[in-house]
Design a binder for this molecule. Sequence first.
Ligand code: UD2
Length: 312
Amino acid sequence: MARCLITGVAGFIGSALARAVLAQGDQVRGIDNFATGKRENLGEILTQMDFRQVDLLDLEALREACVEVDYVLHEAAIPSVPKSVLDPLGSNRANVDGTVNLLVAARDAKVKRVVYAASSSAYGDTPTLPKREDMTPNPISPYAVAKLASEHYMISFYRCYGLETVALRYFNIFGPRQDPPSPYSGVLAKFITRMLRGEQPAIFGDGEQSRDFTYIDNAVEANLLACKAPAGQAAGQVFNVATGRRVTLNETFELLQGLTSYTGQPGYGPERGGDIKHSLADIAKAKAGLGYKVEVDFEEGLRRTVQWYRGR
Ligand code: UD2
């Protein structure tokens, strides 16, 4: 039985990972500072894990959290492009300083492997689609820079100290438990909750921007595969985690009209600062290196997500 340390365990992705790790019979130690995570996301699994309220800036607490840990799944972050534009220092502290602290603690505790929640935002607004891992990154927002910097720290800790690290560049992950709508929530959580309440969703720009929206189960599977993949294929590497297909916000809105019975139109407003226009992944490297495949496609993911929000 392995022991996994999940950072950001009370968040949308962290809590889904915890459920999956427990379901395969492994142990979970989870940390969260509740900056964006919610205790309610842990629900029934809180008593099945070793939960600690810890901030990534507390190195001593991280050292204790890493004792006898096999794998670290590092999801904790302040995950928002617009928030980072407003507060670049806060974004850097949580998304970079916190990551370096965790890497130092994991290295000294001789953890087997660290899997990191990197971001597709690293690619920026380069015209070439789909995005491949060997393209030169071109981040726009402070958030994207921070996520890319931490990705480089992952690779550095493998090269300098031999700590096995794997960076997974998530492409717009969505699904149950994604932030209840705040100004910084992911667009699908906002669209779905508003449309289910009969309220008009807001589209920033013309709605023709596109994303490779990826259902949460695919990201969870990628993490489990990244723990087990042979070091020669995975350690010190970066992999896209996505579906290899993009949809526009306008298309997404239409699909959601069918699923939520919302009959109105979206409200169009100005584009959001720091945004990129199109995002689409090439997932060949994850397929070859990790054995990754898309388990749940976009439409099915949307259906499951709408169903979950409806049941709340
Ligand atoms: C970025 C990353 C994503 C993840 C995420 C964390 C890219 C391509 N993706 O997501 O992988 O790291 O950051 O937060 O960089 N929008 C609306 N109406 C709304 C809310 C958003 O139109 O009410 C638009 C927004 O302007 C953008 C799109 O929807 O064009 C997606 O926005 P998002 O905040 O859901 O995700 P994004 O792409 O910034």
